[in-house]
Design a protein around this ligand. Sequence first.
Ligand code: NAD
Length: 301
Amino acid sequence: KAVIINGKEIANEIQNELRATVQSWINNDKKRPKLVAIKIGNDPASKVYVERKMKAANFIGIENYTIHLEENSSQQDLLKEIDYLNKDENVDGILVQLPLPKHMNEHEVCQAIVPNKDVDGFHLQNLGSLASNSNGIIPATALAVKELIIRSNIETFGKNAVVVGRSKHVGLPIALLLHADSRDEIGALDMTTTICHRHTPHTELEKLTKLADLIVVAAGIPGLITKEMVKPGACVIDVGITRIKIDNKYKLIGDVDFESVQAVAGHITTVPGGVGPITVAMLMKNTILAAKKNYDNLKSQ
Ligand code: NAD
């Protein structure tokens, strides 16, 4: 039976390290990092996610607040808020909780945040830095996958990886971090990496995942990965989150058929309690990185 990778435990470990980092800043007379979240509308899942992020920020000692905009706010209203925060020297990190209401353009909104405050790492400049192996701000989910691999001592050098999902915010950044050269600035993992997506025929997907030492699934399709698709001893990381309602209660489920895959895999993550909490911790790490960039920037002026 596979070893279950405990995402909550790893996240707590990271959060404690970050708390110590912030404390030592304060001891050196630097100001606390400051994070501002913007939430639009009343989506209950978004509310939970923003609250979790702010709870982690509080624990670590990151100053924070959340701006709530009405569902029917215009994109112009949102861009105005972002512009104001971009110019505020006291604000180190800005995050806009996705998804946005349908009348807004996600791409335009993500590009409006100045790259040095873009703690989600979704700005083209940050994604471009990642693609060219230089240090910008890397999307937190990709960092979370890398961090859990490293902290669980999973062998990666020269091994085969399959990433299922190619979105610009999740699947692609994960694949970039897995495949690139560990000698470059971003510290990637040197894996032979294949990206699969909705047009990969299922029979092909199965052929490829069966060769993989590491499978990362970020498709949002419950039960997509079953035990027939997994090489014995492989590491299976489930990024997918689908919210379903059972008996009037919401439940989160991943993309991996956990019970069956656990019997063949070497390591496996759960949903919830796997990648999710580590993603929140890595978002906080990005906020501290953004604060450092802001500090260096102000000092050089
Ligand atoms: P998305 O809908 O933008 O992308 C889904 C991707 O899956 C697409 O690239 C698509 O081509 C691929 N796909 C769809 N059906 C497939 C199939 N049958 N076979 C192979 N590939 C298929 O979603 P996203 O924003 O990339 O998020 C992916 C999942 O990860 C979602 O469930 C989301 O909720 C979850 N997520 C989790 C975290 C976390 O911290 N754990 C963070 C972000 C997103």
